[in-house]
Design a protein around this ligand. Structure first.
Ligand SMILES: [Zn+2]
Length: 370
């Protein structure tokens, strides 16, 4: 594994909040990480501790870290002065040209944890700027999207200019300019509405069955279909079932598996006006939703089902709030909480009030809302 590839992974992973848990290689059911990049020979060895340690070191030094920004801000001659002005008050006249970009924004600046914020945007000190530009440039999203992503998170004087220079000096970005519709997804982007971007993937086979997993990138709603075969035809039939419930989506993302790259599949998505993109092996974030869903599905359901010896019993697990959105998938997708078997513990009275049918008691706080 090359250092540059590890670094690229580390930057991609920096967009997520990760909990790293050691898992013995033989117990790790996540076979799908390599499904887009199959190896000719089986690798029997688990990653060496050296690789893991190196990756963790890269994560710890990722430039999006607030602690590092705080340290740089303190060491930066201009920013440390700006920080002092924010805390102790600004002079009546601008003290120098270097300070001017901050002085004209003085009423909109504040400090938080030793970092300086302009509105909601963190001001990145000089040593972190190049790394931030690289991070925004990841996936070559083009100047417009890079600027709009940057404006949601960060700022420094002349940032727009630096972003433009990055794009001008990048061959891939210049190539993509001719084909704006082909610009790839950026892992930071969140869809603007439910049921728009749907990563799909197969899990299994286990229990002699394969499973088609579809995830709504907006709500994290997961649809799972038991598959007797993984042909394009069978896949399209299951997609059709889901689309009849939720309607058509705008974009499907899959790996380069045979079922997704056939002409029939291509015709099917095109005839429904759905855009289809296949993820590339070195850009796993583009299909990360599906990978994560496959992993959760395997861990939560497969092991449970195996224990209970009831293969094939698959339930949608869209009841629990997701860490990324803080809401249950159904609340984002359907604007309501789904009744689960757990709701059976509530009395009819409480259930009625929680659904708003009993107006007299609508102010009663039900435990399901807590
Ligand atoms: Zn580029």
């Amino acid at each position: 594994m090359t250092a540059s590839r590890i670094q690229r992974w580390a930057l991609t992973l920096a967009a997520y909040e990760c909990t790293i848990v050691y898992k013995k290689g033989s117990l790790n059911g996540n076979a799908d990480g390599l499904s887009r990049l199959p190896l000719k020979t089986n690798v029997e060895k688990t990653p060496t501790p050296g690789d893991t340690i190196l990756l963790m070191e890269h994560l710890a030094t990722t430039p999006v870290d607030a602690k590092q920004i705080q340290k740089w801000t303190r060491k930066d001659t201009i920013l440390s002065l700006v920080l002092r002005y924010i805390l102790n008050g600004w002079p009546s006249k601008c003290p120098g040209e270097d300070i001017r970009p901050y002085y004209i924004r003085k009423n909109e600046l504040c400090s938080e944890d030793g970092c300086i914020l302009w509105g909601r945007r963190v001001i990145i000190p000089q040593p972190g700027r190049e790394a931030m530009l690289n991070e925004l440039h990841q996936g070559h999203p083009g100047i417009t999207r890079m600027k709009s992503l940057a404006r949601s998170y960060i700022w420094w004087p002349g940032m727009d200019n630096d972003l433009e220079l990055t794009v001008i000096n990048c061959y891939s970005c210049q190539e993509n300019r001719k084909l704006p519709a082909e610009a790839p997804l950026h892992p930071w982007e969140y869809p603007s509405h439910p049921w728009s971007r749907i990563p799909i993937d197969f899990a299994g086979p286990f229990m002699n069955k394969s499973f088609l997993i579809m995830v709504d990138a907006y709500s994290k709603w997961i649809d799972i279909h038991v598959m007797n075969s993984t042909t394009s035809e069978a896949t399209m039939a299951k997609l059709q079932q889901t689309f009849e419930t939720h309607g058509l989506c705008d974009l499907i993302i899959s790996d380069n598996g045979a079922a997704f790259t056939s002409k029939e599949f291509d015709d099917y998505v095109k005839s429904n006006g759905i855009e289809h993109r296949t993820s590339v092996p070195w850009h796993p974030a583009s299909n990360g939703c599906a990978d994560r869903a496959v992993q959760s599905f395997k861990e939560a359901r497969y092991e449970e089902n195996q224990r209970r010896n009831c293969p094939g019993k698959v339930e949608p697990f869209s009841f629990q709030p997701q860490t990324t959105t803080g809401l249950a998938p159904s609340e984002l997708l359907m604007k309501r909480k789904l009744k689960s078997r757990l709701d059976l513990v509530f009395s009819k009275y409480r259930e009625a009030s929680s659904h708003g049918r009993d107006n007299k008691n609508k102010n009663i706080i039900t435990t399901r809302n807590l």
